[in-house]
Design a protein around this ligand. Structure first.
Ligand SMILES: NC(=O)c1ccc[n+]([C@@H]2O[C@H](COP(=O)([O-])OP(=O)(O)OC[C@H]3O[C@@H](n4cnc5c(N)ncnc54)[C@H](O)[C@@H]3O)[C@@H](O)[C@H]2O)c1
Length: 466
């Protein structure tokens, strides 16, 4: 059931009598119908009335209507207007382009634009690598989507995906100073997406693929990585994998188990699950058992596509078959990136001692975290209203900062692991069962990740050019 939060917040402008009890009556009315009052501002004051803005976190549209009706029904109160603060924040979009150079006079114009700019163009034509030195390419990333798998909303198309991509670009700038720009494509054809991204790549030093549905996302990323000389990173895959590997490293420290001795169940073998499995394998766990909507993935299961075939051949050492519940028996770790409400406390009780449960399906996890806590030693979710939030914001800003600073031409698993280790290290001696990953607002995270990725990228460049 949704609870009031800042994602749905309204400001109600109303007139009230100027009596001593008015403020108390209004705040009591909000509380009576379950709103969470966050601000109370008197914006006008007259002898016979005051005008007040009341800001309230609500749970849903119906809840907002209920609060407005409750306030409007108080004696002498008249609601003038209700504003949705989330929509207000999006009016006209969340980004703008702002020049870094002053254009005060003809002299400035002649250098920023023609005729002076022509010599800069010729320099880049003669030496294309100079584009990183002399243009926005140095610091710019394309956030590319086809709108086919947006948040938990599904295939809502490129225009509806734009607010998410703008938000992503804002996070890039805020957390690591990277200039990211949304590129929402009006096609869901794999070949066309590859062609368009290849054609627009000259402007960018990196491509962040976003909210593109599986299995198409795998081929698009693989082909673009082959064709382009800039890093291509599908955040829903690798951003998630990095943070999960970081969180698991610390969770295993809490329960004092070496990863080489743990059996891990991964539920969901789509974009996130496949990337998690691939990166986890680099840490050599005792076994990984993957489960999707059709049950445990094993080599004899009919109808495996290329992705599931790879998973079947590289996991499930004992070739188990059956359901998620079967897979959980005796497992040390559950990592869910699949669907809501798949199991309960009774299944956690069948896991090994001190089990770790990462239930990351959003917005509703595979198991209610409170249920999981009854038997699990460590619980993580994708949600901000519980401890241990697995949030890609911990990874992607620093990852791209490091790639851009290293002038990287590609990205590989060593860089992803370096990022994961850097995130885990930031926790340091603050580690406990409720603190296995740092806060997204911990200023140490992005620089640490950037430095680790930069070092790994440079090492890689030395090896590949030797
Ligand atoms: N940081 C985070 O917390 C984070 C990051 C990435 C994804 N997620 C969440 O993970 C989920 C999956 O994301 P995705 O992008 O990989 O989606 P996806 O559509 O690519 O993959 C979904 C996978 O879940 C499986 N699945 C569906 N219903 C299932 C069921 N009843 N039992 C077992 N498996 C089932 C599907 O077979 C598929 O393998 C979403 O809820 C997403 O919000 C969370």
């Amino acid at each position: 059931m949704p609870v009031p939060g800042p994602g749905y917040s309204i400001t109600v402008r109303l007139e009230a009598p100027p009596s001593a009890s008015a403020a108390g009556d209004l705040t009591t009315a909000v509380g009576r119908v379950g709103g969470v009052l966050t601000a109370f501002d008197v914006v006008e004051s007259h002898a016979d009335a005051i005008v007040i803005d009341i800001t309230v976190n609500v749970a849903s549209a119906d809840h907002a209507d209920g609060i407005t009706t409750e306030l409007d029904s108080l004696p002498g109160v008249r609601v003038r207007k209700v504003s949705d603060r989330t929509f207000l924040m999006h009016l006209g979009g969340k980004l703008e382009v702002s020049p870094k150079v002053a254009l005060r006079n003809r002299d400035d114009l002649s250098r920023a634009y023609t005729p002076g700019v022509a010599r800069v163009c010729q320099a880049i034509a003669a030496n294309p690598e100079d584009a990183r030195r002399l243009t926005i390419k140095r610091n710019t990333v394309a956030v590319v989507t086809d709108g086919s798998a947006v948040l938990g909303l599904g295939n809502i198309g490129p225009a509806a995906a734009l607010p998410v991509m703008e938000g992503k670009a804002a996070l890039f700038k805020k957390f690591s100073g990277v200039d990211a720009w949304p590129v929402c494509l009006d096609t869901q054809d794999t070949e066309e997406i590859i062609r368009i991204v290849t054609a627009l790549a000259p402007v960018y030093a990196g491509i962040n693929l976003e909210d593109i549905a599986a299995p198409r996302c795998f081929e698009i990323e693989r082909r673009l990585r082959d064709q382009l000389d800039i890093p291509v990173f599908h955040d829903d895959q690798h951003g998630t994998a990095i943070v999960v590997v970081a969180a698991l490293r610390n969770a295993l420290r809490v329960v004092n188990k070496p990863i080489e001795q743990v059996r891990i169940v991964v539920s969901g073998v789509g974009a996130a699950g496949s990337a998690i499995i691939r990166l986890l394998r680099r840490k050599s766990p005792a076994d990984i058992v993957a489960v999707d909507i059709d049950g445990i993935v094993h080599a004899d299961r009919p109808g495996l596509d290329d992705n599931l075939r790879w998973v079947a051949e590289n996991t499930n050492g004992k070739q188990l078959s059956g359901s998620l519940h079967d897979a959980l028996v005796g497992a040390d770790v559950f990592i869910g990136v699949s669907a809501p409400n798949l199991f309960g406390a009774e299944q956690v009780a069948t896991m090994a001692d001190d089990p770790i449960v990462f239930a990351l399906a959003n917005p509703d996890p595979e198991i209610d975290p409170l249920e999981a806590q009854r038997h699990a030693a460590v619980v993580a979710t994708g949600r901000s209203d519980y401890p241990n939030q697995i949030n890609n914001v911990l990874a992607f800003p620093g990852v791209f900062r490091g790639l851009l600073d290293a002038h990287a031409h590609h990205i590989d698993d060593d860089m992803l692991l370096a990022a994961a280790n850097a995130i885990a290290d930031v926790v340091d001696d603050r580690l406990n069962a409720s603190y296995i990953v740092p806060s997204v607002f911990d200023n140490a995270v992005a620089p640490a990740v950037a430095e680790a990725v930069k070092v790994a990228a440079r090492k890689d460049d030395v090896v590949s050019t030797a």
